[in-house]
Design a protein around this ligand. Structure first.
Ligand SMILES: CC(C)(COP(=O)(O)OP(=O)(O)OC[C@H]1O[C@@H](n2cnc3c(N)ncnc32)[C@H](O)[C@@H]1OP(=O)(O)O)[C@@H](O)C(=O)NCCC(=O)NCCS
Length: 193
């Protein structure tokens, strides 16, 4: 590849990135969100605990409830114009004794938009939002999912355990790493300085 081709390629990549905006999903996004979620479950069945068969039968209200915003719950979306390219969400636990905990969920980037940094940007938005609402943000990640693991550990998640045979999809058991950020910890504070 010539230097000129490399520069043109890098410029095109940057131009794609520059077009992308990230914002919290709102009720009007429900159909777009549903389409991406269903796509995620169909295309990446081994990375999610839920399944295409189950969620494609859900009513729209279920998806609307998922993207409700407020009280520490939010789903961020990355858009190119009106096209939703990826999502990452957080929900706050409801039990009184667990209201200080949020869980990162639904991290997905459409195949055509991967490698642009959207996964990292979306999870970073969730972390910054969660930090204002909870003390601990936790998540699970399939132990063999290197791209997702890289994002989480680069952004400050720590591993605290391994859930063996966490779920079973298409006859395959998946171990999941249990990860978390303690926003009150000296480690997290020093990371930010
Ligand atoms: C995991 C996933 C969200 C990553 O999204 P993404 O937008 O492509 O990720 P990013 O562009 O932010 O890349 C994150 C890192 O992984 C690397 N990476 C991502 N995709 C890559 C690929 N296809 N080839 C090589 N490296 C890749 C990037 O280089 C980057 O590393 P860097 O920061 O050192 O450059 C996406 O692949 C996906 O949706 N996968 C299926 C669903 C899934 O696994 N979700 C997570 C459930 S826990």
């Amino acid at each position: 590849m010539t230097e000129e081709n490399k520069t043109t390629g890098a410029d095109a990549l940057q131009a794609r990135r520059d077009r992308i905006t990230v914002r919290v999903l709102c009720p009007d996004d429900v159909q777009t969100y549903k389409a991406v979620r269903i796509h995620a479950l169909k295309n990446s069945p081994l990375t999610f605990g839920s399944s295409f068969a189950v969620e494609s039968a859900y009513a729209d209200e279920v998806f609307a409830h998922r993207i409700r915003h407020g009280g520490g719950n939010a789903v961020y979306g990355a858009f190119d114009g009106d096209t939703l390219l990826g999502t990452a969400g957080v929900f706050v636990h409801e039990r009184l004794s667990e209201k200080h905990r949020g869980t990162l969920w639904g991290v997905y980037v459409m195949p055509q938009a991967r490698g642009l940094g959207l996964g990292s940007v979306l999870v970073d938005h969730v972390i910054k939002y969660a930090e204002k609402h909870v003390v601990v943000l936790d998540a699970k990640v399939v132990a063999s999912n290197d791209y997702a693991r890289q994002i989480y550990y680069d952004l400050g998640f720590e591993k605290y355990g391994l859930e063996k045979k966490s779920f079973c999809v298409e006859g395959q058991f998946q171990d999941q790493e249990l990860i978390f950020i303690d926003f009150s910890s000296p480690e997290w504070r020093s990371r930010k300085n």
